[in-house]
Each structure stands twice: as C-alpha cells, then as structure tokens.
Design a protein around this ligand. Sequence first.
Ligand code: IPM
Ligand code: MG
Length: 360
Amino acid sequence: MEYKIGSIAGDGIGPEIVREARKIIDRIAEKYGHKIKYEDILLGGASIDATGVPLTEEAVAQAKSCNCVLMGSIGGDTSTSPWYRLAPNLRPEAGLLGIRKALNLFANLRPAVLYDELASACPLKEEIIGDGFDMLIMRELTGGLYFGERRTVEENGKKTAVDTLTYSEDEIRRIAVKAFDIAGKRRRKVTSVDKANVLDSSRLWRQVVEEVAKDYPDIALEHMLVDNCAMQLVRDPGQFDVILTENMFGDILSDEASMVTGSIGMLASASLNDTKFGLYEPSHGSAPDIAGQNKANPIATILSAAMMLRFSLDLDKEADDIERAVKETLASGYRTGDILSDGCQLVGCSEMGSLIAERI
Ligand code: IPM
Ligand code: MG
C-alpha cells in the first residue's frame, strides 16, 4: 500500500528522535512492501524561526493532506530561548494547541506501562509495583481550561488574570465514548477523574460519563477525584486500566503516570479525531538540554510510530513487529542514558534506532 505521513521534527531533540522513527518506518516499508511518502511540516519553534509564527495555515493544510502525522517535540528552554520573549499566542506551545484544535484531535491516548526489562528504573517500592501496571490515560485535548477565553486586566495598578474552564455535553460524550470503546479491548474498567466536589464542569462531566456508561454494561465505571487520583497513582498504580479525564487534569496526571513507570523516554501517545487520522508523538518533551548530542531516547517516538501504523493505517502486523523489535533490543541489554542500569550497554540515539531497525 501507499501512505503519506506528515513528519513534524519540531524542536530540541525532536529532529533526532523523528529521524530514528523514520528509519524504523522505512525498514518496515521495505520488509512489507509499502510505499511511504513523507511530508515535512513545520511546527513550534522551528516554524517561528522560518515563518514568524508557530503554526501556519499551510502546515494545517499539509497535515490534512496526510493519512497521519508523526511528531517529535516542540518548545525550548523557557528561561533562555528567544521564543519565550514573544507574546504567549506566538510561542511554540500555541502551535501545538493550534494544530490539535485545527485537526479536531480531541482524544489523547497516553499509555503508561511498566516494562519488565526496565522494572528496576521504576521509582516505586517493590511491594507497590506488585505485578506491574499497564494503564491508558484518555485525556480530553481540545476543550477545558487550555482553550477557554483568557485575559489579564489591570485596575488601579493591580493585575487580575482570568482563564475559563468550559465543557459542553457533546465534548464530554465523544471522549467518554472513546474511553469506553478502548476499555472494551483492554481490562474493561474506566476510572473517570474529575473535581466534582468543587467544579460545575466536573459535575456535568460525571453526569454525562454515567449516561454513556449505560451503553457499556460490561465495563466497570468508577469516579475518582483528581487529588485522590494523583495519590492513588503512586500508592497503587495497578488498580487502573483506562483513566478518563479532562484536559488539564490529564496533562498533569499523564506526566505523573509516566514518571512512575521510570521510563518516560519509552512512552508513546496518540491524538485522534473522529476519523482514522491521528497525530502521534512521544509523551515526553523537547529536552533542550540534551538536544543535538545524540543522547535522546528515540523509543517513545518509535513506539508512537507503531501506534500510528496500528490506529491510522490498520497495519497491526507491522506495529507488532516494531514493538517486538524494541523489546528484543532492550532484552539484549542496550540502553540510552535515561534508562541505563548496571550491566547494560549505553548507546546513543542513532545507535538505538539502528539496533531496533536491525531486528525488524
Ligand atoms: C503535553 C504538553 C502540552 C500540553 C504543552 C506543550 C502545550 O505539556 O502535550 O502534555 O499541555 O498539552
Ligand atoms: Mg504535558
């Protein structure tokens, strides 16, 4: 088959990790006889440097012309990069929020899995790890506080800043449906996370999630307050299957969940709309401190490419092949610096990509 894949290298370590993921996709294409065409797309700081803005209409049109998009990471060092002297709506992050909105990518899937090979990197005690954990955070991605009206006003020399948190029934329903659908293919449990003891938007969230749950009688639903969830993630992460939550809570909890796996450099993510289209990116950021030094871990991006083949291109066999090759490479003892442990061999970003490609 022939596919067109959008490729957003982005900023920081983005270009090097995307290069490795493309190495893997190219190897898959060669092995299975697919034709891949890449469309390079500018976003974030790279787009600011080239065009003055973090996202152009052309970039959105390019993304729309593709079957799916693979992204590295965007953003720089917020205290030193000149990008952060620009107005907030012209900074790299605004480009990422903008492309999510423009492509209607309302469902963000962030798996947090404890890999057997890396269990020693997990910061939790052994009795808490138990049999390990494998959860999926389903984060609403185009509503809530990050997209509500915001302003800063000054009166009598004192400033007040306002951000607005809005959710409509329809926005809640469509993400809840995705969460229940996916839970049906996993361990059949949805934990819906909110702050219903305080927020109206959370009370509506809870009500709509309960309505949706009626269509899924074989899936267990529980509600959990977000502060409790933050605690439960380090107390007993094994209790979670699918965590369904709104935009900001999901942003925070997904970083926490990835940290407890001990291997944030391993975690993929997918942002989906109502069609087969999706934008796939590692869960980690642009790590400007190690950019361009061949130190980054490309595995999260490579696993994001595997998710992309599975969800957007229906290439399950090929995705399995990538995941197997990653596991075999780890089992052979190769590690980038972020996941290095005693007795393992340290390799750079490009070597890691090549070692995985060789096993496909
Ligand atoms: C993420 C990031 C982004 C977000 C930032 C860079 C805008 O933290 O993908 O989690 O908050 O969504
Ligand atoms: Mg985040």
